[in-house]
Design a binder for this molecule. Structure first.
Ligand code: SAM
Length: 235
């Protein structure tokens, strides 16, 4: 008789911790408390901590910004409160996180970058405001600089939410069906998803393609593959 075999050890649960450094932590309150992210937080898969950079200022008027040397419009985030905040927040967990600076001058955020970020157990997201960061913050931290696109937002908070939103989809257990993330647009470079339909079958004279109602799984898969290829070629 064969000796009883040990059941295979369960793979360690992958979790991710975000530490967001911002001047406006309140912006995240509603976002973190809703939908998939709220569920992922409740399940212990994702942690989102927000930290107010102003709490680290040594300025007696609580200022975190000042005028740019050389002149010009606007204000620049000072190095001292930002660097002190990053160092203090890094010390809040056993392992330091990868520092991500949100900046329009950064590497463009793509699904490949998102996949890369999702491998990290801890990310510090640094949100700028006003005219951006004193460059010595970048020189000191050597962060990963990320841009969500070639346009300028008022602050790094919405870009940070974009990063969190995209990254958590790749943490096992966050989506109801893991296949969702695997089949999606951009899961392969340049690939776009096929069109989707739900009830009713007919709406304002527009009908769901017959093949999707056929119950023929092979035909459905073939149609979806073809539609996905057509969309990806932008036909
Ligand atoms: N003066 C800066 C420039 O021209 O590059 C823009 C500063 S912007 C008004 C303020 C902050 O918003 C930035 O420091 C950055 O954190 C964030 N931000 C704006 N656009 C962004 C983008 N496309 N991607 C990532 N972060 C962005």
């Amino acid at each position: 008789m064969d000796a009883p075999t040990e059941p295979p050890a369960a793979a360690p649960r992958r979790t991710i911790r975000f530490d967001v450094l911002t001047l406006f932590p309140g912006i995240f309150e509603s976002y973190v408390g809703q939908s998939l992210l709220a569920d992922a937080v409740a399940a212990g898969l994702v942690q989102v901590n927000t930290w107010n950079i102003r709490d680290w200022t040594l300025n007696k008027h609580d200022r975190v910004d000042d005028r740019p040397f050389g002149g010009g419009p606007g204000m620049v985030l000072m190095a001292q409160p930002v660097l002190d905040a990053v160092e203090a927040v890094q010390a809040k967990a056993e392992a330091p996180g990868a520092v991500v600076m949100l900046t329009p001058a950064g590497e463009r955020l793509t699904q490949r970058v998102v996949e890369d970020l999702a491998r990290d157990p801890r990310l510090l997201l640094l949100c700028g405001r006003y005219e951006g960061f004193d460059d010595r913050i970048r020189q000191t931290l050597n962060p990963r600089e990320l841009s969500i696109g070639d346009f300028v937002c008022n602050g790094g908070e919405v870009p940070a939410m974009v990063v969190i939103d995209a990254v958590i989809r790749l943490i096992p257990g966050v989506l109801g069906d893991e296949q969702s993330a695997a089949d999606e647009s951009h899961s392969e470079p340049g690939r776009l998803e096929y069109p989707q339909f739900t009830r009713p079958r007919s709406f304002r004279g527009l009908d769901v393609p017959d093949v999707l109602l056929s119950g023929n799984h092979a035909a459905v898969a073939k149609w979806r593959r073809e539609q996905s290829e057509r969309r990806s070629r932008k036909e």
